[in-house]
Design a protein around this ligand. Structure first.
Ligand code: IVH
Length: 675
């Protein structure tokens, strides 16, 4: 090959590789296979190795080539990276708007609203369209030059897509790690016994500040751009157009960015992003609101360390640190021992948290949490609070490692290791072997009496505790032999409450096969499986006699569940309890489901606003979907129902103005509970 053809081929390969990088890492829409991509890369690497004088700093081969360094040189920012003032609620957003209106002298102010990433701010410098230098934010004036590491991030273009790029361009944005990548990274770190990253920001910072670029390259970091320094100099006059231009240059820009007219629209967007937050693949901790017109921004100017033209609406925090006093062990309904962290109470997003689950012994080990540790606790959305990681730097040496007890903490019986594992939950489980363990019994009764099972109103945990402790109830069938005097003797019971409880116990005798099967608390058998079993077999006898194969042939019943069911019914003790229940008057009917009743909400669209008292959002969603309905996050004229809990947001106003039917929680419950 002549030198000219080599140069041509090299240029052609670089162009192709840049393009496919862009398709893959920026647009998320590759056009060629990994194999074909590798072929191109291999050819380029070979040609560059043969012609080292042709290697340029913007060649895609240079993303990982750099050698480790001892430290990072400082990188001064020509224009300091400011911070943004925070707004903790919508009132503060309105106050911000009032200040803006006053200073710019007009009511109608367009705002560019952008999700606020929880990552690390960086600045990238391009000269004649080529990425030459990049650094962290540092103190806002001087950061660290981490150019080699930034080059390993594939969503950072080494070369701008532009016919005639500006001679000089400074781009700002955020380096971050997707939630699933953080999880995977933490898994890996726990295997290597390295401290866990508490959040994506720490993970991004830790990854970007690696002296060896190969380490950075191994972390799937992503870059989203959100600004150009002195955008006017490249012919721009608004933030929204700036973002569009960044997109044209080949940068990733958040797809949830909106241009809002007036503060009400901006507030709506903040609230709907808050709801969307959980479902995004990356962490956001608020919404940044920026006055869109750069001319207006200039009028507003900056104050001390933050611009007057921008404000960050902050979501309620999801994490806090506190002291883990003790790791207790809870015995569940199926005898499984679960470690539970007992914490110094701490407020997270307005809710006081004093306990957090640790799932199982493996998890305690994996996260290396010890009694006495300062820990990071997380309460995200609807899930039970959990321990993210210990703050290792706060250790004094007095912390105690956790070990599963050798005997059941409630009844003192032996414990067995159960390696079967529940679906999706890896790790060894420990179980109390004593079927009559009071802890198991209490949980069984509680479950048997629960709403979706036998529905015995008024039978709470405290009452069950007393009944079991006094030996009044030794298994669930004993509930049906309770006398007036037995109950009157319990703490907190009087004439009326006793009658009420006896009544609801009586009423519970008439039940359906689905409810009954669910109430038995067979391991792995949830409400849906129980109902399916009832429908399929039609009678209790038939379910009890079903072979494992027969069970497994049913849709939705796997090997594990089939085994659990057949072993439950072959257990003598369980059969005896069922026998006694029938003797004591339980009447099990096979509830005939009227046609179409399975999807009574077919085709109906629901949206929620505010907090529900009786269930979480995700439970409510399941209910709606289970009945054929659909849950959407935004209010539109297509919506059928807006369900309003306490403290509803702006959706309520919007829904009423659109004439959408508004239902309160009670009405919603009636809609989904109608059998
Ligand atoms: S703009 C004057 N836009 O928030 C405004 N910042 O700035 C300058 N951040 O740590 C920043 N998402 O990294 C801007 N869409 C966004 C952002 C954003 C996250 C971070 C930024 C910095 C902090 C304060």
């Amino acid at each position: 090959m002549s030198k000219e053809t080599v140069v041509e081929r090299i240029n052609d390969l670089r162009k192709q590789i840049d393009y496919h990088n862009y398709r893959y890492y920026v647009l998320d829409s590759p056009e060629i296979s990994d194999f074909e991509y590798d072929e191109l890369m291999r050819e380029l690497l070979r040609l560059e190795a043969e012609n080292p004088e042709l290697v340029t700093s913007d060649s895609p081969t240079q993303r990982v080539g750099a050698a480790p360094v001892d430290s990072f040189p400082p990188m001064a920012h020509r224009v300091p990276l400011l911070s943004i003032d925070n707004a903790m609620d919508t009132d503060e957003l309105r106050a911000f708007h009032q200040r803006v209106v006053k200073l710019v002298g007009k009511e109608d102010v367009p705002y560019c609203c952008e999700p606020k990433f929880d990552g690390l701010a960086v600045e990238l410098v391009y000269e004649n369209g080529i990425f030459v230098r990049g650094g962290t934010r540092g103190d806002g004036y001087t950061g660290e030059d981490v150019t080699s590491n930034l080059k390993t991030i594939k969503s950072i273009p080494l070369k701008l897509i532009a016919e005639d790029p500006p001679d000089f361009l400074e781009v700002r944005g955020e380096v971050l790690l997707y939630k699933n990548a953080l999880k995977a990274l933490n898994m890996e770190r726990s295997e290597k016994q390295e401290p866990l990253f508490a959040n994506p920001r720490n993970a991004a910072a830790g990854s970007l500040r690696q002296l060896d670029p190969r380490v950075t390259a191994s972390r799937p970091l992503v870059f989203f751009s959100y600004g150009i320094v002195d955008a006017v100099s490249v012919g721009l006059d608004s933030q929204f157009d700036t973002l569009r231009r960044l997109q044209e240059y080949g940068f990733r820009v958040n797809p949830d960015i909106r241009l809002c007219h007036g503060i009400d629209e901006a507030i709506d967007l903040c609230l709907s992003m808050q709801e969307k937050r959980e479902s995004l693949p990356y962490e956001i901790d608020g919404v940044v609101i920026k006055v869109n017109d750069i001319a207006d921004q200039r009028v507003l100017g900056i104050r001390a360390r933050s611009p007057r033209w921008s404000i960050a609406y902050k979501f309620p925090p999801v994490q806090a640190t506190t002291i883990l006093r003790k790791i207790g062990v809870q015995v569940g309904r199926t005898g499984v021992l679960t470690p539970v962290a007992v914490l110094d109470p701490v407020k997270i997003g307005g809710v006081t948290v004093s306990r957090a689950t640790l799932h199982n012994a493996d998890e305690v080990k994996r996260k290396d949490v010890r009694e006495g540790d300062t820990v990071i606790v997380q309460r995200a959305g609807d899930v039970i609070p959990e321990i993210v990681a210990p703050v290792v730097s706060k250790r004094t040496g007095k912390e105690r490692e956790f070990a599963m007890p050798e005997a059941c903490p409630v009844c003192g019986s032996g414990i067995i290791r159960d390696t079967s594992g529940e679906k999706g939950k890896q790790g060894v489980m420990y179980r109390c072997v004593n079927m009559a363990c009071p802890a198991i019994l209490k949980e069984q009764i509680y479950h048997f009496a629960s709403k979706d099972a036998l529905d015995i109103d008024g039978l709470g945990r405290k009452i069950i505790q007393q009944m079991v402790d006094r030996g009044l109830v030794r298994d669930v069938s004993d509930l049906y032999t309770l006398k007036r005097d037995d109950i009157m003797g319990l703490d907190g019971f009087a004439e009326l409450s006793t009658s009420n409880l006896l009544n609801s116990i009586q009423e519970s005798k008439k039940t359906t096969l689905g409810r009954f099967l669910y109430g038995l608390g067979i391991p792995h058998v949830g409400e849906v499986a129980a109902r399916d079993l009832a429908q399929h077999f039609g009678s209790l006898e038939k379910v009890m006699e079903a072979s494992q194969d027969e069970l497994q042939s049913m849709k939705g019943i796997g090997k594990e569940m089939a085994r659990a069911i057949s072993s439950f019914f072959s257990n003598e003790r369980n059969r005896a309890v069922i026998g006694k229940l029938l003797e004591r008057g339980l009447e099990i009917t096979l509830q005939k489901t009227p046609k179409r009743a399975e999807a009574p909400l077919e085709g109906k669209k629901f949206c929620f606003s505010g907090t529900l008292q009786s269930m979480t959002r995700s439970e409510a969603k399941k209910e709606v979907e289970g009945k054929g309905g659909q849950v959407v996050s935004a209010v539109s004229s297509q919506l059928d129902y807006l369900v309003v809990g306490t403290e509803p947001g702006s959706k309520l106003d919007k829904a009423s103005s659109l004439g959408v039917t508004i239902v309160d929680e009670d009405e919603f419950l009636r809609m989904i509970r109608e059998e």
